[in-house]
Design a protein around this ligand. Structure first.
Ligand SMILES: Cc1cc2nc3c(=O)[nH]c(=O)nc-3n(C[C@H](O)[C@H](O)[C@H](O)COP(=O)(O)OP(=O)(O)OC[C@H]3O[C@@H](n4cnc5c(N)ncnc54)[C@H](O)[C@@H]3O)c2cc1C
Length: 436
């Protein structure tokens, strides 16, 4: 058989799409839902079966869904599927804390910063939450349920993308099982361990923080009243994030992101339950009465990574594949969702005009739009972590005074609240709650 004949046969057998997305994590799946709901043909590829991603032990984290991200989830038909599992964030309290060497609860500094959702209230309008805490397993389930309703989206999972050839005419992706996909554009939503950028010559800068986040769920005697707490301990932030009450037992619950030095984490994770509970309780404190960590202990090594470019020939990077940040401000997924919403908007607009959606000019528009937001969020989260994850007395004093000073300045507080809610900047239509 001639080479030309083989190529023709392969083209006939190939799956055709407008966009091929590698990575069906929280960002790849969100992008597929946005594009699919606007009618673009999408192939969504992940090496993991969907059932594995939905297993209770796959991801113990929660996501702080900012107000604008919630609006985007509403616009793509996902929010309604998770609303019952979403706990509103009404207050955020940030304070410095240190461990009591005698094993008692960590005392917090009296100088603190407090954000109240009512401060962000639009004139005359009702006070809405700053955001919601949603368990990742519910977010994933809602995204896959929404994708099932979209005939324009085909999910290939489990399937490993092993080769991608991009040229002026389009993209050809080969899966490990030999299947071929052809598309006008390839999107890397591969997360931090992505490879597609390499053969496109996009360099990624990575720096480990020497920190690992332990993630557990806490049950506590008193209700959290929608308050999210972030305590800055010398080894890193300890976040207490309000969850919905347990649907079966009615227990009050919070999600914990407990940052520790890398070298301490394996020993902490191996502790017998009573010792682990004691270490946990001395960091958590007594403000919600008796507390215990329940369920599995998850851990996530922390690093910052930045792709030097967000696009190359017929390739766009979104989510953690483009920028992985410290979870200190709960913004990684929100940032990635803004990538997905911006990319969806430029692609859908170009498609409606009959333009080539993989053309360099379309991708340049995406890259220009997302560059500043990405770089500033990387700088802010990196700076915050470096400022707060140390125990030098002069640094502690300056940051405590800084927190107290911001706390006394309502306009500055309002600015920070609006930033955390994702309401500032040049927002894509989806994040404003408008359809694509
Ligand atoms: C402790 C912690 C707490 C966090 N809390 C928050 C928060 O409150 N709010 C917030 O906004 N963000 C938060 N984040 C960040 C957020 O979780 C991430 O930004 C987000 O999950 C990234 O999603 P993603 O889809 O880009 O990548 P991933 O979730 O890493 O998904 C990538 C997918 O690509 C697949 N894949 C990769 N390569 C291939 C290949 N060659 N072929 C096939 N499949 C492939 C993988 O199997 C995977 O499913 C937190 C992060 C941590 C660590």
């Amino acid at each position: 058989m001639s080479g030309e004949q083989t190529a023709q046969d392969e083209t006939k057998a190939a799956h055709m799409a407008d966009v091929a997305i590698v990575g069906a994590g929280l960002i790849g799946a969100s992008l597929a839902a946005a594009l699919g709901s606007a009618g673009l043909g999408v192939v969504l590829i992940d090496r993991l079966p969907v059932s594995a991603q939905l297993a209770a032990t796959f991801d113990g984290r929660t996501t702080a869904v900012a107000r604008s991200s919630r609006q985007a989830l509403e616009a793509i038909g996902v929010w309604g599927r998770i609303a019952a599992h979403a706990a509103p964030i009404l207050d955020i309290r940030i304070s410095d804390a240190r461990l009591d060497p005698s094993g008692g609860p960590a005392p917090t500094s009296r100088l603190h910063l407090h954000f109240d959702h009512r401060e962000a209230q639009r004139r005359g309008g009702p006070a809405a939450p700053m955001g919601h805490i949603v368990e990742n397993r519910h977010l994933r389930a809602a995204l896959f349920e929404a994708l099932e309703t979209l005939p324009a989206v085909k999910i290939f999972a489990p399937a490993e993308a092993v080769e991608a050839v991009r040229d002026e005419g389009g993209v050809r992706i080969r899966l490990a099982d030999g299947r071929i996909i052809r598309a006008a554009l390839l999107v890397s939503a591969e997360g931090r361990g992505g490879r597609l950028h390499e053969e496109a010559g996009i360099r990624i800068r990575r720096t480990g923080y020497g920190q690992t986040a332990i993630v557990v769920t806490a049950e506590h005697a008193l209700p959290h009243l929608g308050v999210a707490q972030e305590k800055f301990l010398p080894t890193g932030p300890f976040a207490i994030l309000p969850m919905t009450d347990d649907p079966l037992s009615g227990a009050h619950r919070s999600s914990i992101v407990w940052t520790e030095r890398d070298d301490l984490v394996p020993a902490l994770l191996r502790l017998p339950d009573s010792d682990f509970q004691a270490e946990f309780a001395r960091r958590f404190g007594e403000h919600l009465g008796a507390v215990k960590a329940i369920g599995p202990r998850f851990s996530y090594p922390l690093s910052v990574q930045t792709a030097e470019r967000l696009a190359a020939l017929r390739l766009a990077l979104v989510g953690d594949a483009a920028h992985g940040i410290h979870p200190i401000a709960g913004q990684g997924w929100n940032l990635g969702l803004r990538d997905a919403a911006a990319l969806a908007e430029v692609l859908v607009d170009s498609h409606r005009l009959g333009l080539d959606i993989g053309h360099a000019s379309v991708l340049a528009q995406y890259e220009r739009w997302r560059r500043v937001d990405s770089l500033s969020m990387i700088a802010v989260t990196d700076g915050l972590n470096r400022l707060f994850s140390n125990d030098l007395a002069p640094v502690r004093l300056v940051r405590d005074l800084g927190l107290a000073a911001v706390n006394r300045m309502p306009p500055l507080r309002r600015f920070f609240i609006q930033h955390a809610m994702g309401l500032l900047g040049d927002l894509p239509r989806l994040l404003r709650g408008e359809p694509l």
